[in-house]
Design a protein around this ligand. Structure first.
Ligand SMILES: [Zn+2]
Length: 130
């Protein structure tokens, strides 16, 4: 059991109240009619599956029912931050890499979430290419 911080409820809630919805920040092509089949197929079906920092769309399904974004480390399953729709992440793979180089240590995370040992539901439900 672990807790996820909902940026709308502004509190930590149990993971079972949330559902992952895939990769965040996927922009719909401005003019779908002008899209090539390949570009439209990329938009619909292909998702990043990085080792490390990943931005994901989640919904607080048994709560405020609002969508928000999570920055998660796919290696450690640690949730580094949560932020509202329309906002940009404070932590990116690039910013984390430069911070680690400067500090010479591994960044421990945002401190908003507590991650327990039994987070297998989260591990299995995301990260795969659609
Ligand atoms: Zn909420």
């Amino acid at each position: 059991m672990f807790h996820i911080h909902c940026p709308y409820c502004e509190e930590l809630r149990e993971e079972e109240e949330f559902h992952p919805k895939g990769q965040a920040h996927i922009a719909r092509p401005a003019d779908p009619e002008a899209c090539s089949d390949e570009a439209w197929g990329d938009y619909l079906f292909f998702r990043d599956n990085p080792r490390g920092i990943h931005h994901e769309l989640w919904v607080h399904a048994i709560g405020c029912r609002k969508f928000f974004n999570i920055t998660r480390n796919t290696v450690t399953y640690e949730i580094l931050e949560t932020y509202k729709m329309g906002e940009q992440p404070a932590i990116t793979a690039e910013s984390l890499a430069s911070t680690e180089k400067l500090a010479g240590v591994q960044v421990a995370g945002g401190g908003q979430q507590t991650v327990g040992a039994s987070d297998s539901a989260v591990k299995d439900s995301r990260g795969a290419k659609v």
